[in-house]
Design a protein around this ligand. Structure first.
Ligand SMILES: C=C(C)CCOP(=O)(O)O
Ligand SMILES: [Mn+2]
Length: 413
């Protein structure tokens, strides 16, 4: 992470905050007003960064590609990087969360939340990595939101069924591409290989005392997810609304490992970094799925759609029904997706006005809108029903094939 910050410094993308700042609302509010990296030198006495990866430009820079090639580049990945064994993680001390500048973000949040913690777990030979929001209970315990049916939850269930706890190590302050890999729903056990591939081919891992392996990080918290539960939330998540209280599992930390003068990383809920990390990993997945049914050009999860619920897909139609097939492929690739608009190649998917123009001139409400009811939607969408189902809408905003001349915008020679 330090190398990445240094590179962003050279690009003029880091704002140094030398004055003392508070972890309660002040730092989160400052992060909401810029997409530059904020480097706090005194966040309640500690060093911390926010907005580490808060623009597509930053992600492209981290990957060493042009922004316009981002989705195509990611869609070509094969989850095939190499993991290098770097021995044991040394220097652990008893866990003490009071030594970290953990923030309270919004007034109605139930407490302080770790928002960038990657939960690495290992059970029965299967390893997983994913971010979970974690509400602090005391100096060594948090309660974590584990979405049912996802990998961490599945591994936990397997451990609990055998009367065991799930060994985990939570890292804070990793290279942003490692974080990006952890935010991607890869096939089971492929997170390290994907992170290594994104990083250029290799990723070194160290093993904690409980057997869990972790990449380089500013802070590592080692412990177990237990059978014990506690109320978690309310918490402002990706939509900027309060996600309600649920009973969730408690993580008990026994040890922590810190670099010298560690740099804590806080992700602002519903901020640009959160949107990028939660949404952008689905763009290549949707790209690949749509490529199976037609010629796909580009995919974007829009900021207005909370970076997570709305997709715009640019295709070149080969047959008249292609846009509808693309809609179905997208919903299958990202089950939390709610609304999707499919456009032609002449529409700039990064320009909301252009997308609206396509909707205005290429959509007939009776034939071009697909409504799917009773499907699994995002647990974070305020319109979901209690059973988790929701309604999805697909909009075919492409020209009718064979009648292109009637839809094409006039141009000067
Ligand atoms: C941050 C959370 C709770 C992940 C949301 O996952 P989803 O319900 O699958 O959209
Ligand atoms: Mn996984």
């Amino acid at each position: 992470m330090r190398n990445f910050i240094e590179r962003m410094r050279e690009l003029g993308r880091v704002e140094e905050i030398e004055r003392p700042c508070s972890t309660v609302y002040e730092a989160p509010r400052m992060a909401s007003r810029t997409d530059k990296i904020l480097f706090f030198h005194d966040l309640d006495g500690h060093r911390a960064v926010m907005n580490l990866l808060s623009s597509r430009g930053a992600l492209a820079a981290a990957l060493g590609v042009e922004e316009k090639d981002l989705v195509r580049h990611l869609a070509a990945m094969t989850y095939s990087g190499r993991v290098v064994d770097d021995g044991r993680l040394e220097g652990g001390v008893p866990a003490d969360l009071s030594r970290l500048p953990i923030m309270k973000h919004f007034p109605g949040d139930a407490g302080r939340y770790i928002t960038s913690g990657i939960v690495f777990s290992r059970y029965n030979g299967v390893e997983n990595a994913s971010i979970h929001r974690m509400m602090v209970l005391d100096d060594h315990r948090v309660v974590a939101r584990l979405v049912e049916g996802r990998h961490t939850h599945t591994l936990l269930k397997a451990a609990l069924a055998r009367g065991e706890k799930l060994p985990v190590a939570v890292t804070i302050g990793t290279h942003p591409l490692v974080t990006f890999a952890a935010c991607t729903r890869v096939p089971e056990g492929k997170e390290f290989a994907y992170a290594a591939e994104l990083m250029g081919g290799e990723l070194a891992l160290r093993e904690c005392e409980n057997g869990v392996r972790v990449p380089d990080a500013e802070i590592v918290l080692e412990g177990y997810i237990t059978a014990e539960m506690a109320p978690e939330g309310p918490f402002v998540d990706i939509t900027g609304t309060y996600d309600p209280v649920r009973q969730q599992h408690i993580i008990e930390f026994e040890k922590m490992y810190c670099k010298e003068d560690p740099i804590y990383h806080g992700i602002l809920p519903a901020g640009d970094e959160h949107k990028l990390l939660m949404g952008a990993p689905y763009e290549p997945k949707i790209y690949r799925a749509v490529a199976e049914v037609t010629t796909v050009r580009d995919v974007l999860l829009t900021k207005g759609g909370a970076g997570y619920l709305h997709a715009v897909i640019q295709i070149r139609k080969n047959t008249q029904g292609d846009a509808k097939n693309a809609i179905m492929a997208a919903f299958a690739a990202h089950t939390s997706l709610k609304h999707v608009v499919v456009v032609d190649e002449d529409i700039d998917i990064h320009d909301p006005h252009d997308v609206e123009y396509a909707i205005a001139t290429r959509v007939r409400g009776d034939t071009d809108i697909m409504i799917v009811t009773g499907v699994r939607g995002s647990s974070l969408d305020p319109t979901r029903l209690a059973d988790g189902t929701n309604v999805k809408v697909g909009v075919d905003a492409t020209m009718v094939m064979g009648r292109e001349d009637e839809f094409k915008r006039a141009e000067w020679p």
